[in-house]
Ligand binder design. Structure first.
Ligand code: UDP
Ligand code: GLC
Ligand code: MN
Length: 355
């Protein structure tokens, strides 16, 4: 059962349009609950999110709200951020329709709360942290907003007239809330509330100095925490590409929460339709692979991931239920560890609803 919020008219809100991002949403909710938030937890899900994963979501979220998918279908601008899949992030706009709440904080499903940050609810709409790529834009992975049906309608009309300069919600929201950069510094959230895990590339000394103060980590970019390899026996994540050691620490925290709070609730026997989501995980004991084989294996996993994206699962082979069940059993039976964008192209005013 989700815990009862003491402040019931304020909520943390996230979005999962598919079962894979729902895995991220599950870890996020458990991180919020470990941080003992006093606010409600809401996840917006698309119709294609499977019933099994909705049940697991409902164990930790106070509200699992189905929403229609909104897709910018703006291939030209999405190509600028090399993320063709992010047109569906327009679905985030539904958060302004959550009329049961006066104030909310939206968190991307690829974020992780490291410490209680309920103080974010003291900020006004629209508060957010600067984007690392263009700090006069805010990053839309974490933002404070006030649900309001009129704002939702205004945003939709705005999207139809002006589109988004990155093809996703961030380009749209930054055009709509264009005063953010200059009007009121109180609407600028400190970077520790949306710490992009690749920040060390830009300023390693600051990372060393301030990493301990991080409140929310954002695993921005195309490689998400659930795409790395996890050894359920050792309880260790093995990153695919070289990442700084501080990023590895945050990834390890993500997997610690996944292994101890999420996986035990996802028994495939009870929720056979979770096979799809679980099949996306690379759960493998490091003793099963030597290093050369490991890199070959990573390639295979990437190819497999691409095939899953196209709906081409290898049900008779790697993705067979027996294989996934075996991985899952290994993970569940393992004793828990003690450790705990460029605005140049024409906007495309084409908001499509897909269900
Ligand atoms: N999202 C989703 N389904 C998708 C893509 C994105 O539900 O297919 C949601 C999810 O909440 C995700 C957010 O939209 O965290 C933004 O996408 P992402 O985090 O991948 O973008 P990035 O932060 O890497 O730019
Ligand atoms: C970003 C944000 C993400 C947003 C995407 C598309 O980089 O991190 O939240 O959905 O751009 O606009
Ligand atoms: Mn994100």
């Amino acid at each position: 059962m989700p815990s009862v919020p003491t402040v019931s008219d304020q909520a943390w809100v996230t979005l999962a349009t598919n079962d894979t991002y729902a895995l991220g949403a599950l870890v996020l909710a458990h991180s919020l609950s470990r941080a003992r938030t006093s606010r409600a937890l809401v996840v917006m899900v698309a119709p294609q999110v499977s019933p099994g994963i909705r049940e697991v979501l409902a164990e930790v979220y106070n509200e699992v709200k189905e929403v229609d998918v909104l897709d910018s279908r703006d291939e030209a601008n999405l190509a600028l951020i090399q993320r063709p899949e992010l047109g569906v992030t327009f679905t985030k706009l539904h958060c302004w329709r959550l009329g049961n709440y006066n104030k909310c904080v939206f968190l991307d499903a690829d974020t992780l709360v490291m410490q209680n940050c309920d103080e974010l609810f003291e900020h006004e709409e629209l508060s957010a942290a600067p984007d690392c790529g263009w700090p006069d834009c805010f990053n839309s992975g974490v933002f404070v907003f006030c649900p309001n049906e009129q704002t939702y309608q205004d945003l939709l009309n705005f999207a139809l007239s002006y589109g988004s300069f990155d093809g996703g919600d961030q380009g749209l929201l930054n055009l709509f809330f264009h005063e953010w950069a200059r009007k009121d510094i109180k609407n600028h959230l400190p970077f520790v509330y949306n710490m992009v895990s690749t920040a060390a590339y830009s300023y390693l000394p600051a990372v060393k100095q301030f990493a301990k103060d991080v409140k929310i980590v954002h695993f921005l970019g195309s490689t998400k925490p659930w795409m790395h390899n996890f050894d359920p026996v050792a309880g260790q994540v093995t990153v695919k590409d070289a990442v700084e050691s501080f990023s590895q620490g945050f990834l390890q925290t993500w997997w610690d929460i996944f292994a101890s709070d999420v996986l035990p609730r996802m028994s495939a026997g009870e929720h056979a339709d979770l096979t799809h989501a679980l099949g996306r995980l690379n759960l493998q004991s490091s003793s099963e692979v030597c290093s050369d084989e490991a890199s070959a294996d990573v390639k295979t996993e990437q190819e497999r991931y691409a095939a899953w994206e196209k709906g081409q699962m290898d049900y008779m082979g790697t993705d067979s239920f027996a294989n996934i069940q075996a991985k899952l059993d290994a993970a569940i039976s393992t004793p828990k560890r003690a450790k705990s964008k460029s605005p140049e192209a024409e906007p495309e005013p084409d908001v499509e609803e897909t269900t």
